[in-house]
Write a protein that binds this ligand. Sequence first.
Ligand code: BGC
Length: 256
Amino acid sequence: MSKKLILGVDVGASGIKGALVDMVKGKMVTERFRVPTPSPATPKNMAKAFKQIIEHFDYSGPIGCGFPAIIKDNVAKSASNIDESWIGVDISEVFEKEAGCPVFVTNDADAAGVAEMNFGLGKGKKGVVVLITIGTGLGSAMFIDGKLIPNTEFGHFYLKDQSKVAEAYAADSIRKKKDLSWSEFGKRFNEYLEVLERITSPNLIILGGGSSKKFDNFKKKIKIETEVVPAELRNEAGIIGAATYGYQKSKQLVTS
Ligand code: BGC
């Protein structure tokens, strides 16, 4: 297998998805393989699901993984949409034990951002770029002159007049749960973007995650000054970014 093909795994609250990614082109070279996220989403159960992805691709080598939590030195520091028993756990260690390969873990939205900055709309963009993933939760990635500031968690600030964190008001899971029309959802999402814009003053906002594909359905309601665009890599960004992160980290490991 070429050294430039890396397995990227995007761990989400509802599914764990993987594909082989060509690191030169920043493109998936296989179909995406998905395993539902087990319930409860404990380390033990998720490690088993993670292994199924590796077995499916019969893969050995470095793996890049996006994971839906604050991650510091491979350790999960939060667990909003996964089991709380992840907090304090070394994610790489848990997955490596099952996978038998080195696993490099980063926040899932940071991974999607890395993909978009390397291979998508953010390529060569200077200044502040913020990417928001819209899914079960709201994930965020922030870049300054192309450099990531990790774990920004912009889905977790409080919105004016709301007693809940932003993702409990404007994530796609809430649209589905409350059966909101696209116009109602767009209005909520615009309220969210207004605060995001005020606190980050970005040059560009990119929307990623599954529902970025549906941007046309709610873009009329987005009225902030900053340019808002759907991600070019759409929901492949999570996998491509995870692989990119794994590739970059594994190279550091080899050279140092
Ligand atoms: C988590 C983030 C994650 C986002 C998207 C949020 O609930 O706190 O870490 O990036 O969901 O999965």
